[in-house]
Structures are given as structure tokens and as C-alpha cells.
Ligand binder design. Structure first.
Ligand code: ADP
Ligand code: MG
Length: 266
């Protein structure tokens, strides 16, 4: 089967791309990702769906470098993040390269993971000054711009506990963007939110997509998949079972496992 390529997008190698070949990842005896092969093009928005426990979060964590892969090739932004031909030929990145790589990938989690003892503004400046070595004044200026961009102008002095879940998640997105990532990963970014707060977060993500950010998103928001995504990827049992145009896959899934899953969630 020819791999699905969404039309009208950028390169599949270089900045803003993800290439995965024969990726395997286990936890002890549990092989969660068995043979993952996928290309994400620059500017692509890819929504990842699949049953609970199918390895969606694990895949995003591997791409972000939070988990070490067992074998396979993982290229992000045109650079090898891990490259393993077989058990005896392992070429990990140096620590410096890994650290630099990780700043070029942004990740947003279901539970926001803001620093609770820092204001919204401090949450957004801390990585810039520590990792990117931006001056405090520049970092603050950038943080204010980003707060405005996510619709939270004037909320810079609020602590996470003083913000709604939707506002916290938008601060988390702004914090990621402050590192100037070329790829953004979202792991169920709206699943912890009250329904009335979901829309504001999805609007920010939609805006980011319109600006050409490469995004990998696990979500139950099939409306977002239909309207914003360029591709929909269904994972089950450690494999990518189906990938295609979101509207086509949702309306007319080809694989029985995709059909069964969508019957339950749609
Ligand atoms: P999903 O996000 O699709 O629900 P996950 O990637 O969270 O799935 O989990 C896939 C499988 O990997 C599950 O069986 C889970 O128990 C296991 N798993 C995930 N993280 C760990 C870990 N740190 N240690 C051991 N097992 C893990
Ligand atoms: Mg998950």
C-alpha cells in the first residue's frame, strides 16, 4: 500500500518534519510500539487516534525524546534523534545535541504541567532565560506577546491555581511556543477540560495550524480532526492500522479495526 501523503504540504525532511522507520518501543515484556513507519511533512497537522493503551502517548514521548526507543530510526527536524540498526549498532545523540533537539520540539500535556509556584509570565520566561539564554527583558517581552496571542493579555501575574483549566492550557501552549519549536506535539490537550473551555484551546491550536506549524495531536475532538487536520492516523496493537484524509477516514474507514473504533467514539 502506498503511504498516504497529504497534498499541498512542505518537505518530509528538514525543519518541521518527523520521519519514523521501523520504530519499536517496549516497557519490559510489553512491546507497545511494534513497527511504526510514518512521515509528517512540514506544516502538516496530523491527528492520532486509537484505543486507550494503544501507544499514542508513548509515540509522542518518543518523538519528544522523553522515552528512549528500542530500535528504529527517528528523525525530527531533519536530524536523527535516535538511530538503531540492530541491537549492536546504536548511535545515540550526544547530550548537547539531545538538549538542543528537545528545545526544537514542543509538547503540551493533558494535565498542563505548569510550574505551580510561578506566575503565567514566569512560566513562559523561565525556559527562555535558562535554556535559550535570552535576557530577562527580552523573555518578558516575548512572554507578553505570546500571552496576547493565546488570548490571555493581562493574565501574566496570575498563578496557575488562579486560572481556569482552559487558561492554564493556553499558558502551557505559550510556554512551549516561547522555545521556538518547529514541531508541536499535543497529548489530549483538551481531555482534562470542562466542555465549555475546550473551544478556546482548540481555537489557539487552529490558529497555530493556520500559521503553518507542524502538529501531531492525540485528541477525541473529531470536529478538530475533520476541520483542521491534514491527516488522520489510527493506531492499534502497536501498529499504524490506517492513515488518510480525516474526512475520508471518518466517513469511510477501510480497516475493520478502524471501523469498530469509530463506531464507538463517533
Ligand atoms: P495511549 O496513550 O494510547 O492510551 P500509552 O502510550 O499511554 O497509550 O500506553 C501504551 C501502553 O504502554 C500501555 O499498556 C501502558 O500501560 C504502557 N506504558 C506506558 N508508559 C509506561 C511506562 N512508563 N512504564 C511501563 N508501561 C508503560
Ligand atoms: Mg495517552
Amino acid at each position: 500500500m502506498e503511504p498516504f501523503r497529504p497534498a499541498g504540504l512542505g518537505d518530509t525532511d528538514g525543519p518541521g518534519t518527523v520521519q519514523i522507520r521501523k520504530l519499536v518501543k517496549s516497557f519490559g515484556a510489553n512491546t507497545v510500539l511494534k513497527d511504526i513507519n510514518v512521515d509528517i511533512a512540514a506544516g502538516e497537522v496530523c491527528v492520532l487516534i486509537g484505543p486507550s493503551g494503544s501507544g499514542k502517548s508513548t509515540l509522542l514521548r518518543c518523538i519528544d525524546g522523553l522515552e528512549q526507543i528500542d530500535s528504529g530510526v527517528l528523525r525530527v527536524n531533519g536530524e536523527d534523534l535516535g538511530y538503531i540498526e540492530d541491537a549492536t549498532h546504536y548511535r545515540p545523540l550526544s547530550r548537547t545535541d539531545r538538549r538542543r533537539q528537545r528545545t526544537q520540539i514542543g509538547m503540551v500535556f493533558q494535565q498542563f504541567n505548569l510550574f505551580p509556584n510561578m506566575t503565567a509570565l514566569e512560566n513562559i520566561t523561565v525556559g527562555q532565560t535558562l535554556v535559550k539564554r535570552t535576557t530577562r527583558a527580552q523573555a518578558k517581552q516575548r512572554a507578553r506577546e505570546l500571552l496576547t496571542r493565546v488570548g490571555l493579555e493581562g493574565h501574566g501575574n496570575h498563578y496557575p491555581a488562579q486560572l481556569s483549566g482552559g487558561q492554564q492550557q493556553r499558558v502551557a501552549i505559550a510556554r512551549s511556543l516561547a522555545m521556538d519549536p518547529q514541531v508541536m506535539l499535543f497529548d489530549e490537550p483538551t481531555s482534562a477540560l470542562d466542555p465549555e473551555l475546550v473551544g478556546d484551546v482548540l481555537d489557539v491550536m487552529r490558529q497555530l495550524a493556520d500559521e503553518g506549524m507542524t502538529m501531531l495531536v492525540t485528541t477525541h475532538e473529531m470536529g478538530f480532526a475533520r476541520e483542521v487536520a491534514n491527516s488522520l492516523l489510527f493506531m492499534a496493537d502497536g501498529y499504524i492500522v490506517e492513515r488518510g484524509d480525516p474526512r475520508e477516514v471518518l466517513a469511510n474507514p477501510q480497516e475493520p479495526r478502524t471501523q469498530q473504533f469509530l463506531k464507538k467514539v463517533l
